[in-house]
Design a protein. Structure first.
Length: 250
């Protein structure tokens, strides 16, 4: 089973700061050998990304026919948005793409911090950003469950969200994986949850990566069989590197 996680940054090119539909597809096609892909910072119906349904577009480019999307907010992040469901507003959230049909799809929402923090923005430097709601979407299969998520960048709140997510996943009573941008260093993840990353790789920023923020996290690595970290494709969008691996679970 080949699994990847990638913070898409809604397909934004770095360093040009522009969105290009065809460039998104070209980058996504580099993941065509994957069986499962978790995506974060995914747009749906946003004017800034040509109203694209990015989970659907990326899934088609990756030859992954099954996709699930979970909005974290309705509106445009960093601008005007609301957490309440509103089908007529653009959406922003997380997604999962799969080669085979899941048994079920599950959604989980988490409140953001009531305040923000300075955050490094490509081409802009450090800017104070207000925190936003967070979401997770999970696909359940016969032998395991996997959730894609993007946690808060506010210290403490991201740890609390991770603990809530690990507790939520226990209800499925089968091996579980959390795939995504957790905005946490490896040592703090293991200390706060005792879950372990199946791959150790610096993923941020994409140019000259200095730290790992993106994970394929499990409670018991022995349940996932032999693990091989796969080469990172050379991408031209996003500020994160993807994380890819091959594992023995079916």
């Amino acid at each position: 089973m080949r699994i990847a996680t990638w913070n898409l940054l809604h397909g934004l090119g770095i360093p040009d700061g522009k969105y290009d539909h065809d460039r998104l597809i070209a980058n996504a096609q580099l993941f065509s050998e994957m069986d499962l892909v978790a995506l974060q910072e995914v747009d749906r119906g946003q004017p800034r990304t040509q109203l694209d349904h990015q989970a659907e577009i990326v899934g088609e480019a990756m030859s992954l026919p099954y996709h699930a999307f979970s909005p974290a907010l309705f509106g445009t992040p960093g601008e005007k948005w609301q957490s309440a469901h509103h089908p007529d507003l653009p959406q922003f959230g997380v997604a999962l793409l799969s080669r085979r049909a899941p048994l079920a799809i599950h959604h989980f929402t988490m409140k953001g911090a009531p305040f923000g923090a300075p955050l490094f923005i490509p081409n802009s430097g450090f800017i104070y950003i207000k925190d936003e709601p967070r979401a997770a979407v999970a696909m359940e299969f016969e032998n395991f469950v996997i959730a894609s998520t993007h946690l808060s960048f506010v210290p403490g709140y991201n740890v609390a969200q991770l603990r809530k997510l690990t507790k939520w996943l226990k209800q499925f009573a089968k091996p579980a994986m959390i795939a995504g941008d957790l905005n946490l260093p490896p040592a703090l993840i293991q200390k706060s949850t005792r879950w372990k990353s199946l791959a150790q790789l610096k993923t941020y920023p994409r140019w000259g990566a200095r730290t790992q923020l993106d994970y394929l996290l499990v409670e018991d690595p022995s349940m996932w069989g032999a693990i091989t970290t796969l080469p990172t494709p050379s991408l031209t969008i996003s500020d994160h590197l993807p994380l890819l691996l091959d594992c023995g679970i079916e």
